[in-house]
Design a binder for this molecule. Structure first.
Ligand code: BGC
Length: 877
């Protein structure tokens, strides 16, 4: 059979790869958040003592399906070397390597594959996230003068003994005044992080090393290399931490970006996309998150929210996550309940300093426009620093009949790179309708009458009021049908009193809004037509139930049987219709890039061996299994595919840069085109409800607007040519990994709509997303693939989605949702697909439990996407 693959016989670095690396580098630079700086950064010279597990073993991204198999990644140590830093702690680093190798070998040795049926990927991946890097031996006096210790570089490049090191009182003086210590944490799919030392908390060893370095080096910088926050309370009583960089996990170019920030070649411009709490206990209901679950008495039978409780008092079986904080997630909680964060949402410093002047605030139709001037006033050193600033607009809505958060992010924009003294005018805009609250009694989004205070600044806690938008009467923005009713009472918290707003100056401009300018959107909830285009009609009309079942169930997880083969794809549609003019299309993971197999092989018969696996997972496989799965490049012809690991989503979010994220999306698109991927299984827009969610690194933020806006930029980048699709996931409320296949997210309709669905909505409405992946969990007792409310009412009727809804992998297997019900509920495609699912669908249609018309509609949606795919165009025309 002719070999149909776009993998290459050459492993050379291509132009496309170089371009992607450049995007990855720029994204990494802008992802870095300078949390604190007492003048330690940037370093005045390039000699540095470097410690901590993450120096040489910098974590580029989390594990699991979100892991990208890049050609290679640059660690911070490599980045420092590449940027000509002289490392003065070679002795410690060498000892660390020995310790690391031993710890990793022991970890491999002790590991047993315990695969649970129904969560294959979850249980494999969990194992890799479990490897905790050793701390290394304690940093000590001897390290202060180690490596380059006792030497200095003379003008002619010769190393000469350091004059610094002769210390009369026996105390050693470091051979450099600059030091960094890197804390790294790994996490991944299938398990949550833990509120214990070595994970959310630092270990005693780490703290004592940090204390030592902070005491002994003049400029000590702590670098945090973790997909979401860690506890920082230890730092309170350590003097001498001169600067803190939160780098997140930066992908392949992370080391270079960090080195450039340390040297000052790049001024940090990242802003936090999450609130950092002073203490874990400050996060609402944190003691109940994930594994800790809920107690029966948490359900207050009397205090329901306004939502329609179908079966009052009834509880669904299995683990539950009670979203008792309602809409008060992240800064919405901290601001409204008067809890001081350690670092607020939107915070991030620069080496430059900026002035933000609001110039004008006005109504433009029903939009509000704010013009501001940003000036780089920073002269930290004599020549000053170039830098970028992000202007953030928050709005405090009036506290009417519905409780509201103190403020919510309404707009943001990042400047270009401003030279010292340079200024730029920005025009930020928002549609007040987007700030509407969901009134549960009558299922309407409303803007309540009153004053909306518009605040402008550079973090959620550093703003000034710029205007008051006055709405004389309440406006109904949209009318809905109820969705996902609670199956049990849920008591949500609310603040005792509205948070104190600072006195507003009397001369603040007041912008009147005309209520009659708003047109209430009335949604209709009919079943959408089966066919929305002629091509899919003429193909699908002729298909039998059995044939349709084949098309709505994927062709399985492992490759080898697909006519078009993309080694490393995690799924495909069926190849059975090629002779009727319909190709199979490939699905590849993300979101930190396109995950494919780097090296696979093709044997003499044209069969490709390239089973998908993340690199770290493969690392653990015995050699003979690896060869069976991925072929033997020594004996068979190797095939290559090199894609790029970008910063993880939680880091990308910190760029607050939509243009840059469009570029990231476009770079992913180029890789999809090169290798023939039709559906990229990303971006992932679940909300950071708690910092311990194991997949937070794959998700953007605690704020749905920031998350949705940035993800939509990626969506537009990926889909900027027809035939390539994103798959926005995991729809919805997949906010923990513990028991992800069973957990019921118990959430009010208001919180669901205002917080947990919003980013998906932005990706669909503003990004034009063509794929959605339902999640593993239940929402209010119903598995999401089987929720007609989510798959049809919300997605298609309200948002006008016209793409493909697919399940998460194996989510309709044992104990979980059900493939036939999923098709009946408008979940078009069952992935990765097993014969059982096909049989179940055929049986259900024959019995009448699933309507044939529903199956036909799902099939038409799938066929339409395949027909308009680039793969179809390439092979069939
Ligand atoms: C994950 C998805 C992923 C899929 C395919 C699942 O375990 O939850 O995010 O896209 O596997 O690898």
């Amino acid at each position: 059979m002719e070999l149909l693959t776009k993998a290459s016989f050459s492993g050379e670095v291509t132009e496309r790869e170089r371009r992607s690396l450049d995007v990855a580098y720029r994204a990494a630079c802008e992802s870095i958040v300078l949390l604190k700086n007492d003048g330690a950064l940037p370093f005045p010279d390039k000699r540095v003592a470097a410690y901590g597990a993450g120096i040489a073993h910098t974590i580029k991204g989390g594990t699991g399906s979100g892991e990208v198999n890049e050609r290679r990644s640059v660690s911070i140590l490599e980045g420092l070397r590449a940027r000509d830093f002289e490392i003065t702690s070679e002795g410690w680093l060498t000892d660390y390597e020995t310790e690391y190798e031993k710890a990793y070998a022991d970890f491999q040795e002790g590991r047993k594959f315990k695969l649970r049926l129904g969560d294959i990927s979850g249980s494999v991946n969990k194992l890799f996230a479990n490897f905790r890097m050793p701390a290394g031996r304690p940093v000590s006096d001897a390290d202060l003068t180690d490596g380059a210790a006792g030497t200095e570089t003379a003008a002619d490049g010769q190393r000469v003994p350091s004059t610094n090191n002769t210390v009369p009182d026996g105390q050693r003086v470091p051979s450099t005044e600059n030091c960094i210590y890197v804390i790294s944490r790994q996490a991944g799919e299938g398990g949550d992080r833990k509120p214990e030392k070595g994970d959310y908390y630092l270990t005693d060893e780490e703290i004592s090393d940090i204390r030592f370095c902070a005491e002994h080096y003049k400029r000590f910088v702590l670098v945090i290399n973790c997909g979401s926050s860690v506890d920082m309370s230890f730092a309170e009583d350590i003097k001498g931490i001169g600067a803190i960089l939160y780098i997140g996990q930066l992908g392949t170019q992370g080391g270079n970006a960090v080195a450039d920030v340390l040297s000052g070649a790049v001024s940090p411009s990242g802003k936090l996309a999450d609130t950092w709490a002073k203490s874990y206990a400050d996060i609402p209901f944190s003691s109940e998150f994930g594994r800790l679950g809920v107690r029966a008495d948490d359900c207050d039978k009397s205090g329901t929210t306004g939502s329609d409780s179908k079966k009052k008092g009834a509880k669904s079986s299995g683990p539950e996550a009670l979203y008792k904080e309602g809409i008060y997630v992240g800064y919405r909680y901290f601001d409204s309940f008067g809890v001081e964060p350690l670092y607020p949402f939107g915070h991030g410093l620069s080496y430059a300093a900026f002035d933000i002047d609001p110039l004008e605030c006005r109504a433009a139709g029903t939009d509000i426009e704010i013009r501001v001037r940003v000036r780089n006033t920073g002269i930290l050193q004599s020549d000053g620093f170039c830098g970028k600033e992000t202007v953030q607009v928050y709005v405090s809505a009036p506290q009417g009949t519905i409780n509201k958060e103190y403020q919510q992010l309404a707009a943001f924009q990042k400047t270009k790179l401003l030279a010292p003294g340079e200024a730029q005018e920005l025009c930020l805009k928002f549609d007040p309708a987007c700030l509407a609250s969901f009134r549960e009694e009558d299922a309407c989004h409303v803007l309540e009458a009153g004053d909306y205070v518009v605040r402008v600044g550079n973090s959620s806690r550093n703003t000034i009021p710029a205007a008051v938008v006055r709405l004389p009467e309440t406006v109904v923005v949209s009318r809905h049908q109820h969705i996902c009713p609670l199956q049990q009472p849920l008591k949500e918290i609310k603040p005792d009193a509205p948070a104190d707003a600072a006195e507003l100056s009397a001369d603040l401009p007041v912008i009147p809004l005309d209520p009659s300018a708003f047109r209430t959107v009335e949604h209709t909830y009919d079943d959408s037509p089966v066919y929305t285009d002629e091509a899919s009609r003429s193909f699908v009309e002729k298909l039998s139930v059995k044939e349709m079942a084949k098309l709505v169930v994927g062709a399985g997880m492992f490759g080898g049987k697909n006519r078009f083969d993309l080694p490393g794809a995690v799924g495909n549609t069926t190849s059975d219709f090629w002779d009727r003019g319909l190709v199979n299309v490939a699905f590849c993971d993300g979101p930190a890039g396109l995950r494919v197999q780097k090296v696979s092989t093709v044997d003499g018969k044209g069969k490709i061996k390239g089973v998908e696996m993340a690199l770290s997972a493969m690392d653990a496989m015995p050699g003979f299994i690896k060869k069976r799965m991925q072929g033997d490049p020594e004996k068979e012809t190797p095939l290559y595919q090199f894609t790029t690991a970008f910063p993880v989503a939680s880091a990308l979010a910190q760029t607050w840069n939509t243009e840059l994220l469009f570029e990231v999306g476009s770079a992913v698109y180029e890789e999809m085109r090169e290798y023939g991927c039709t559906f990229w299984l990303a971006p992932a827009v679940n909300i950071h409800r708690n910092p311990l969610c194991g997949r937070n690194f794959e998700y953007f933020s605690e704020d749905p607007f920031l998350c949705g806006t940035l993800a939509a930029a990626i969506v537009r980048g990926v889909q900027h040519e027809p035939g390539f699709y994103v798959t926005v996931k995991h729809f919805a409320c997949n906010n923990q990994e513990e028991e992800r296949n069973k957990v019921d997210s118990v959430v009010s309709e208001r919180a669901l709509r205002e917080i947990y669905l919003k980013a998906f909505e932005i990706c669909v409405r503003r990004g034009g997303a063509k794929g959605i992946m339902t999640s593993y969990n239940k929402v209010n007792g119903v598995y999401t693939p089987t929720s007609r409310d989510l798959c049809i009412k919300v997605l298609r009727n309200e948002w006008g989605f016209d793409g493909v809804v697919m399940t998460d992998w194996f989510s309709t297997m044992v104990e979980r949702g059900n493939s036939a019900l999923a098709i009946g509920a408008g979940n078009d495609l069952i992935m990765p697909g097993e014969p059982l699912s096909k049989r179940a669908i055929i049986k259900a249609v024959r019995k009448g439990t699933v309507k044939e018309e529903d199956l036909r509609r799902c099939c038409a949606n799938v066929v339409k996407a395949i027909q308009s795919s680039a793969t179809q165009k390439e092979y069939i025309g």
